[in-house]
Design a protein around this ligand. Structure first.
Ligand code: G3I
Length: 350
């Protein structure tokens, strides 16, 4: 094709995609169409559990249907990005809590608890951390934890204090914190969080640890060490970012071995990524995977919280971060229930 024809074709495709995207997302002011059956939060409450979702402040403000479904379906929310270091402290010494406060305020109005996410993580750290030497970084980490956990004291029920500290091969991740502060940074972060908020439950959170494997073995050893040192670790978060390979058969047994260390466990970021375009069979298989994950948690008394990492395909992190994959959540991009939603209702139901 000639250059002009190619450009026109590209513009036409882009326009078409824009129209499809706009149509597939809900109109901002539209009311949410009620989902069939009993809301997930009511079913979970009957099981003595909380069911949650990651949420986005901008979507809560701008998309009425999104906000109604968050309040109606979930009893716990996790700010997807609004409490991360690069968002709350983009410049050293300044703290911006507006979007996170918006989420927390709405959660309390809806009778929900808030999972704070996350205080110390190797990703989404602000650029100003880079040049700090060891003592400056230690001071910055302790100040960050004190200011952020202190700001939300009494309003956040659980903190992911340290996120993704272990590599897939079962070693401590060589983050800037490990490299400059040594392995003691983990216990120090937990002690600082406890001092900032004596009542919040303090979790360590990771992905790829759902089964018994080198990564979960290393985390198990770390949690055992932390407990032996008297570090205030209350729980372990299992993110559950999976696909149609499914949930490891030893998931519940793995949860139980962590509980035996004297901690709670929780599923903190569940989604099931599908290779696109997904078939009806893929959607049915996805429903089975979500069911297996939820049943694994429900089998363990100390697994009291199950959080989805977003609940509508239109606002999932997957398409941007895992090219060729998507449709990873319970509702489609027009907030209509997928087989996974009804499967989760059945798994939670009496
Ligand atoms: O807010 C900026 C915006 O101002 C800018 O215009 C835009 C353009 O790049 O970027 C926006 O920030 C993005 C942010 O999400 C908010 O949308 C970041 O680029 C993007 O990297 C960030 O992605 C988040 C990702 O963590 C970062 O690693 C995803 O939304 C979030 O779902 C994902 O969540 C993580 C958990 O925190 C930890 N466990 C794994 C999980 C998936 O990676």
């Amino acid at each position: 094709m000639t250059g002009r024809t190619t450009r026109s074709a590209a513009i036409a495709v882009a326009f078409g995609l824009a129209v499809v995207t706009a149509y597939t997302q809900t109109r901002p002011g539209a009311e949410a169409k009620p989902l069939p059956g009993t809301p997930l939060r009511e079913l979970a409450q009957a099981e003595g559990r909380r069911v949650g979702t990651a949420v986005q402040a901008r979507a809560l403000e701008r998309d009425r249907a999104y906000g109604q479904l968050v309040a109606g379906q979930f009893s716990s929310v996790t700010p997807e990005n609004e409490m991360k270091w690069d968002v709350v402290a983009p410049e050293q010494g300044t703290f911006e809590f507006g979007p996170a406060d918006e989420i927390v305020g709405r959660a309390h109005d809806a009778g929900q608890v808030v999972r704070g996410h996350t205080l110390v993580w190797h990703s989404q750290t602000p650029g100003w951390l880079g040049p700090l030497d060891a003592e400056e970084l230690r001071a910055a980490m302790l100040e960050h934890i004190a200011r952020v956990a202190g700001h939300f004291r009494g309003r956040v029920a659980t903190w992911d204090v340290v996120n993704e500290a272990i590599t897939d091969r079962g070693r401590l991740r060589r983050s800037v914190f490990l490299q400059r502060l040594g392995p003691g940074y983990v216990a120090q972060a937990f002690r600082a969080a406890r001092e900032a908020d004596p009542d919040a439950k303090l979790f360590i959170n990771d992905f790829g640890i759902e089964g018994i494997n080198p990564k979960s073995d290393r985390l198990y050893a770390l949690v055992r060490e932390l407990k032996a040192q008297g570090a205030p670790v209350d729980g372990v978060g299992f993110q559950m970012h999976v696909n149609l390979k499914g949930v490891p058969a030893d998931f519940a047994a793995n949860l139980r071995r962590f509980v035996a260390l004297g901690v709670e466990v929780a599923v903190t970021e569940a989604d099931v990524a599908l290779r696109q375009p997904a078939s009806e069979g893929d959607l049915a298989a996805q429903a089975r995977v979500f069911t297996d994950a939820l049943r694994g948690c429900l089998e363990v008394a100390k697994c009291r919280s199950f959080t989805f990492w977003g609940f509508t395909d239109s606002r999932s992190w997957i398409p941007e971060n895992q090219p060729g994959f998507g449709r990873a959540t319970l509702l489609d991009s027009r907030l209509r229930p997928k087989p996974a939603y009804e499967a989760v209702q059945r798994a939670l139901g009496p």
